[in-house]
Design a protein around this ligand. Structure first.
Ligand code: ATP
Length: 273
């Protein structure tokens, strides 16, 4: 992970506040029960929790995509710089809140460059020069995408596809980037690269809401963190406070950071099974 490469621009505030949020799927599943947390402008906030805790649901609520999963907000609210987000994905993007798709979906048959171009579709009136400038900023943050610009996305490794999915989201020049388990299924070295990229994106001025099961990595790069359990915030604080907490160390870090990277998933299976 590298140190910040540039200081955050000053005109891109983006404090996201989630206030007593409740979300249900149909009538049967109350997935979030009064979740409050904040992603301060220019910061990385991590959300940890085991399977089914409600992490993806939280991101879907923020990106306005709950309806696609037959879910709905039934209490509380979400606001960006004090302006309520409405639960409509296009308005969330227009407000500057963009989610990297779950499962790092890319268009396999399109080239890297075509995938990036697809990321700027539907963003309203932007000139060709503005789109090119956005693409060049993505290439600067993610040089591997520039090197592979003419390669079909389907031929890239899982980690590179994750970078492309992030690059595509960055084409919208978000104020807040939503990331759902970017390290899932990647080898440790690639996990480190992705973590470094998230830091660079943040250092360039984008706030990040990061959902991760890899608590060791998430707590290392985040400023703030919350632990979700069965739809409620069980613990919250600075990432350093959580990393030092006995409970987090026992449940999510396996006593040491290095142990957690390799064994976290297996342990989660035991804890939740
Ligand atoms: P994971 O790490 O396994 O993705 P998560 O913390 O992201 O877990 P969610 O996927 O948000 O958890 O799920 C929270 C709760 O909502 C779970 O009980 C889950 O079964 C339920 N749930 C999620 N999506 C739906 C859906 N589309 N319809 C009904 N229930 C759902």
């Amino acid at each position: 992970m590298s140190p910040p490469t540039s200081s955050p621009p000053t005109d891109r505030a983006g404090t996201l506040r989630i206030d007593r949020l409740q979300v249900a799927y149909g009538r049967a599943v109350q997935a979030l029960r009064g979740v409050s947390l904040e992603v301060p402008a220019g910061r990385i906030t991590a959300v940890l929790g085991s399977n089914g805790a409600g992490k993806s649901t939280l991101l879907r609520a923020v990106s306005g995509t709950l309806a696609l999963h037959r879910g709905a907000v039934d209490g509380g609210g979400i606001a960006l710089d004090g302006i309520p987000l409405t639960g409509d994905p296009a308005r969330a993007v227009a407000a500057g809140v963009v989610q990297v798709p779950e499962g790092r979906r890319v268009f396999a048959d399109l080239t890297v460059e075509e995938n990036l171009r697809a990321g700027s579709l539907g963003l309203g009136r932007r000139s060709a020069a503005e789109r090119r400038a956005a693409r060049d900023r993505v290439y600067e943050l993610l040089p591997v995408l520039a090197e592979r610009r003419r390669q079909a996305a389907g031929l890239m490794s899982g980690g590179e596809q994750q970078m492309l999915a992030m690059g595509r989201a960055l084409m919208a020049e978000p104020r807040v980037l939503l990331l759902d388990e970017p390290s899932l299924g990647l080898a440790p070295m690639m996990v480190e690269r992705i973590a470094g990229i998230v830091q660079r994106i943040n250092a360039a001025g984008t706030s990040v809401l990061l959902v991760e099961q890899n608590a060791a990595v998430a707590l290392r790069i985040a400023h703030l963190a919350s632990v979700l359990e069965h739809g409620v915030v069980r613990l919250a604080g600075t990432a350093a406070e959580l990393a030092a907490s006995d409970e987090v160390r026992r449940l999510y870090l396996g006593g040491s950071e290095s142990a957690a990277v390799g064994t976290h998933r297996a342990k989660l299976g035991r804890w939740t099974g």
